[in-house]
Design a binder for this molecule. Structure first.
Ligand code: ADP
Length: 325
């Protein structure tokens, strides 16, 4: 018999599509195994303030198709203070929570590690549109974000064609360029600028545009991951050097909103159920749920944060270069 009688679940950091499916699957799976579920609102903020709700099958029905997270999220400055982390840990113990499920990105995982030091059994589910964790091939929210970026860029491209323009489209993914890489490849971008590969040379982009200009093309698309360089500076430079009218479009939060794709709903469900499986049925904890070779597995939470082992897929990157020649 498992000694887990009650688990808590929270979503933390940047919201990501598929988080609701994970909350739903955690709740269904836990209740099915005779375990009660406490939903914590607003991530680590709600843990400090003990802002909670009992999760039942009834209140997680029909949330698969909803964007955002029904438990809300936060970036909690207060949680970085040891005293507040102690309050959060005490709240969990005082309310007889046997284990905590944290759904979030790398910052949230760092927070989760703090709980493991307090002897709180913790399981993480990777939820971040950036797909920037080394131990897992997939993080919840990436597919919806990449599709949202692709659809927006398709629309921008239509206008770019009509006016014979160059458009620099800034997408999310500050540390990892997967949204830019996928959305850029899917929309046949003329240049894709990634944080991992950028050497600060605007002239490489100008050359790519000039090559196509000579070939008779009249519209150009540059997909830029946010934070790599200033989109306006790049567009101004392209216009100055090529004489082609160049505009900027920053996609921003539309990449986080909307209904999750089938992939995010499915992986959210699988990861949520797997979290409960290893915790309740296998008695394992302080793990992160991951996808490896398209199969569910789990690792020590620390392994997900090994930045030295977090390279962009080299085959995908090389293909992006081949396809934009
Ligand atoms: P994400 O989880 O999407 O990466 P953040 O980086 O904002 O989002 O992290 C979410 C929250 O996790 C932060 O607001 C903070 O409360 C907590 N956190 C981040 N880094 C640490 C850390 N080194 N130690 C403890 N808690 C952290």
């Amino acid at each position: 018999m498992s000694d887990i009688k009650r688990i808590a679940v929270l979503t933390s950091g940047g919201d990501a599509q598929g988080m609701n499916s994970a909350i739903r699957a955690v709740t269904y799976s836990a209740i099915n195994a005779g375990v009660s579920v406490t939903g914590i609102y607003r991530g680590y903020e709600g843990l400090i303030d003990w802002e909670v709700k009992e999760l039942t099958i009834d209140n997680v029905r029909n949330i698969n198709n909803r964007g955002g997270t029904i438990l809300y999220s936060s970036r909690s400055e207060r949680f970085l203070d040891k005293k507040n982390r102690e309050i959060a840990a005490k709240n969990l113990k005082d309310h007889d929570i046997d284990a905590l499920v944290v759904i979030g990105g790398d910052g949230s995982l760092r927070g989760a590690i703090e709980f493991t030091k307090e002897d709180i059994k913790t399981i993480c589910i990777p939820g971040t549109i950036d797909r920037d964790m080394c131990c897992t091939e997939y993080t919840l929210g990436f597919d919806t974000a990449a599709n949202a970026a692709m659809e927006a860029i398709d629309r921008i491209r239509d206008s770019s064609v009509s006016h014979g323009r160059c458009t620099v489209v800034e997408v999310m993914g500050r540390k990892r360029g997967y949204i830019a890489l996928w959305a850029g490849m899917a929309t046949s971008a003329d240049a894709i600028i990634l944080p991992e590969k950028w050497e600060g040379d605007f002239d490489n982009v100008v050359e790519a545009i000039n090559r196509r200009h000579v070939g008779g093309k009249n519209n150009y698309l540059v997909v830029l991951a946010e934070g790599v360089t200033d989109a306006n500076d790049l567009a101004n430079y392209i216009q100055k050097e090529t004489g082609i009218e160049s505009r900027v479009s920053v996609l921003g939060y539309i990449q986080r909103g909307g209904s999750p794709t089938a992939k995010d709903r499915m992986y959210g469900s699988l990861m949520g159920a797997y979290a409960v499986e290893i915790l309740v049925n296998e008695g394992r904890y302080n793990r992160i749920v991951a996808i490896k070779n398209d199969i569910l597995t789990d690792y020590a939470i620390e392994e997900a944060l090994d930045i030295n082992n977090n390279e962009l897929d080299s085959f995908q990157y090389k293909l992006s270069l081949t396809l934009s020649v």
